[in-house]
Design a protein around this ligand. Structure first.
Ligand SMILES: Cc1cc2nc3c(=O)[nH]c(=O)nc-3n(C[C@H](O)[C@H](O)[C@H](O)COP(=O)(O)O)c2cc1C
Length: 144
């Protein structure tokens, strides 16, 4: 998805990765590591960011739903900027189940981790086409 949009627009893309990679063992990564991070409210260390997110007018934040909400390493990313200075962050997420509560949970967590950002609910479980349509319309309106 990010790659598709990236091909169409000149965006600076940053991939958030845990400093210590998650296990390659499926049952550990699916049922243990991220679950424990959420249960213990523990933000894992992430690899250093390339560039300064505050240089951007708008951040498009894509992440999967892990255990009903945003992964804790995304919260580490948000908390790595002490003051978002009113920058806009648009949330895009997807999950296996189509439960609208997940976006609400993610918005709530994002608010706690980036209280000074202007958070916008983007899309939940949308197709690549829907993402492109959403962003094109957003950018067209911003250019007016
Ligand atoms: C650790 C973990 C936890 C997950 N928790 C949920 C969940 O609570 N609800 C759900 O519908 N899907 C859950 N999923 C499925 C992911 O949301 C789904 O695989 C993901 O959105 C697919 O995007 P990706 O290809 O970027 O990983 C989970 C997946 C993983 C790996």
């Amino acid at each position: 998805m990010v790659e598709t949009i990236h091909q169409q627009e000149s965006l600076l893309v940053h991939r958030t990765e845990r400093a210590t990679p998650y296990s390659t063992n499926y049952s550990v990564v699916a049922y243990q590591e991220p679950k424990e991070e959420i249960e213990q409210n523990r933000c894992p260390e992430i690899r250093p960011l390339e560039g300064n997110p505050l240089d951007a007018d708008e951040i498009l934040l894509f992440f999967p739903i892990w255990w009903y909400t945003m992964p804790m390493l995304i919260r580490t990313f948000l908390e790595s900027i002490p003051d978002w200075k009113g920058r806009t962050i648009v949330l895009f997420t997807n999950s296996y189940t189509n439960d609208p509560q997940y976006m609400e949970n993610a918005m709530k967590d994002a608010k706690a981790s980036a209280p000074t950002a202007h958070l916008v609910e983007g899309l939940f479980n949308a197709s690549p086409k829907e993402h492109i349509r959403f962003l094109e319309s957003r950018w067209k309106n911003a250019a007016k």
